[in-house]
Design a protein. Sequence first.
Length: 274
Amino acid sequence: MRKLFLIFAFLFLFGISIQAEETSDQQFVDFNIAGYGEGGKKTWTIEGQSADIFENVVKLSNIKADVFGQEEQMVLTAKKGSLDKQSGNMHLEQDVVATTQTGAKMTTDSLDWQRGTNLVTTPDKVKIEKENMTAVGTGAEAKLNLNLAKMEKDVTVNINTEPKNPQGNITTITCDGPLNVDYQNEIGVFRNNVVATDAQGKIYADMMRIYFDFKAKGIKKIICVGNVKIIKGESTSYSKQAIYSAKDKKLILIGKPKLILLTEGANNNAPFGN
């Protein structure tokens, strides 16, 4: 008894408090719940292993949620999460996967869905797979259908221009971020230390706007701005801007372009330009 008294005296003197774990008002096992918006329209359904009902939040485990947007439905799965009873916003953790009806897929460690804006966000590392493109980065925000997405930093994008080929033909684009992708209009804007690499060579730029052609599984046009450097074979070019058209296979350098060719002999660097 004296030993127990001494322990509580120590905790009191050093300002350490013991709180009982909060218990839920209700618990459901193998549950299925739904949320409704204006006019009685269903906005989400959630099923899972267990749901613990607290005053302001519902804590969930082994979750499968269907979220209904105006244009498309998204399926969310995770090992655990919570639902804010007042706002209807959802937080998911551990092995989070978001899949759209059209087959786009986002995977991450945690995800927040905001009911009012139909945005999904995460501060963690994230991967988005859509069409023939895979994007990986840290921190992301996307619309429910994943047609509009933003990755904050450390971005790597792989585009397979020959998906039917077992070995594929991969173009890799990296940047410090951010990356903004408009899948519907087939445009991606890469910023800060952008590097695009394929079998033909490398392109460096401060900013790169890429126009995709998802139907043809390719890239239509690339516009590079700021400190542009292009390495192709034995030649290197420098310019302020560059525009590449895949249809014409034409590269236009703008802003004091300079081309350096590697030739044989004592003076093996032959510059052209101004």
